[in-house]
Design a protein around this ligand. Structure first.
Ligand code: NAG
Ligand code: NAG
Length: 260
C-alpha cells in the first residue's frame, strides 16, 4: 500500500575486526543443550510483549509473510572467524513504532523520525485494557472504556489477540483497530500519549491513513503496533519500549516489555 511506503532497513552487524582472531580451543565440540526461548521472565513479573521477527511474520497487505529477512555476511561454517548477518525488512515489521514522519512529509523534512520520539512517553506506567469485541474502536467505544484522566499510556487488546492474527503469516485486513473518530476522540479528550495495539496497525484498515493523520498531527502521540498481549491480565503495569535508533526512519522495530 502506497501510504505505507517504507524505508528499507539494512542493519549490518559486522565483526570483521574479529576476523583475524584465533579460536582458543580446537578439538571435539561438546554437545550443547538447546537454548530456551521465553515469553515470561522473573517468576511471572516480566512479560515480553514483542512479537518475534521470523519468515512467517505477517506483513502489510501480503499473503506471503516476511520471508527471508536475514542473510549471512560471514559464516563460521564457510571459514570465517565469526557469524555475522545482515537484515533487510520494512521498518514497520512485527512490533514497531510509528513516528510523525510516517504520514506527514513536512514532519519528515523537519526531522520527526523515530530518533525524535520521547523516551519518557515510551517508558512508564501503562494500562492494558480489553476493548469490546463487536466493534472497531470508535469514539463511542472510547467513551465506554472510561479511561481515567492522567493515564498516559494504554495498550488496547482486541479480537486480534483472540484471533491470533499476528501468528498467521497471511495479512488479514479485517483486524480490529481505531476508526478516525475514535482517534480524534482520544486525542481531544484524554491524556493518552502512547497508543498500543495488537496488530500491524493501530488504525482499522478501512480508515488507515485518516486515523494515522488524527493520531500523529500533534507530534506527541506515539503509536506502538504489533504488540503481543496474549495471556496477560488487564491492569496497570510498567511499560518499556525501546525502538532502534534509526536516523531518518519513519518507523522502527522495538522491543517492548511489561513489568508487574
Ligand atoms: C557459504 O558459501 C556458499 C558458496 O559461496 C554459499 O552458497 C552459502 O550461502 C554460504 N553459506 C553461508 C552460511 O555463508
Ligand atoms: C473493523 O473494520 C474492518 C475494516 O477495517 C472490518 O473488516 C471489520 O469487520 C471491523 N470489525 C468489527 C468487529 O466490526
Amino acid at each position: 500500500m502506497k501510504l505505507f511506503h517504507i524505508f528499507s532497513l539494512l542493519l549490518c552487524i559486522s565483526a570483521f575486526s574479529l576476523a583475524t582472531g584465533r579460536r582458543l580451543a580446537a578439538g571435539p565440540v561438546a554437545p550443547v543443550p538447546p537454548a530456551e526461548h521465553r515469553e515470561v521472565y522473573a517468576d511471572g513479573r516480566l512479560f515480553d510483549i514483542t512479537h518475534k521477527v521470523s519468515k512467517d511474520t505477517p506483513t502489510w497487505d501480503s499473503k506471503e509473510g516476511l520471508g527471508q529477512f536475514l542473510s549471512p555476511l560471514a559464516s563460521i561454517k564457510n571459514g570465517s572467524a565469526v557469524n555475522a548477518a545482515e537484515v533487510k525488512m520494512s521498518v514497520h515489521t512485527a512490533t514497531h513504532v510509528d513516528s510523525p514522519a510516517h504520514v506527514f512529509d513536512n514532519y519528515a523534512d523537519a526531522g520527526y523520525d523515530v530518533d525524535s520520539l520521547d523516551l519518557e512517553v515510551l517508558n512508564g506506567p501503562a494500562l492494558l485494557v480489553d476493548v469490546p469485541r463487536d466493534n472497531n474502536i470508535t469514539a463511542d467505544v472510547m467513551m465506554s472504556l472510561n479511561i481515567p484522566k492522567g493515564v498516559r499510556r494504554v495498550l488496547f487488546r482486541t479480537a486480534n489477540t483472540d484471533r491470533h492474527l499476528m501468528f498467521k503469516k497471511e495479512f488479514d485486513s479485517s483486524y480490529t483497530g481505531f476508526m478516525k473518530d475514535g482517534a480524534k476522540w482520544l486525542v481531544e479528550n484524554t491524556d493518552i500519549k502512547l497508543v498500543g495495539l495488537d496488530y500491524l496497525s493501530v488504525a482499522a484498515y478501512a480508515e488507515a491513513l485518516d486515523t494515522h493523520l488524527e493520531f500523529l498531527a500533534n507530534r506527541e502521540t506515539i503509536l506502538v503496533e504489533g504488540l503481543k498481549l496474549d495471556n496477560i491480565l488487564p491492569g496497570l503495569y510498567t511499560l518499556h519500549c525501546l525502538p532502534v535508533r534509526l536516523v531518518g526512519a519513519d518507523g522502527s522495530p522495538t522491543r517492548c516489555i511489561l513489568l508487574k
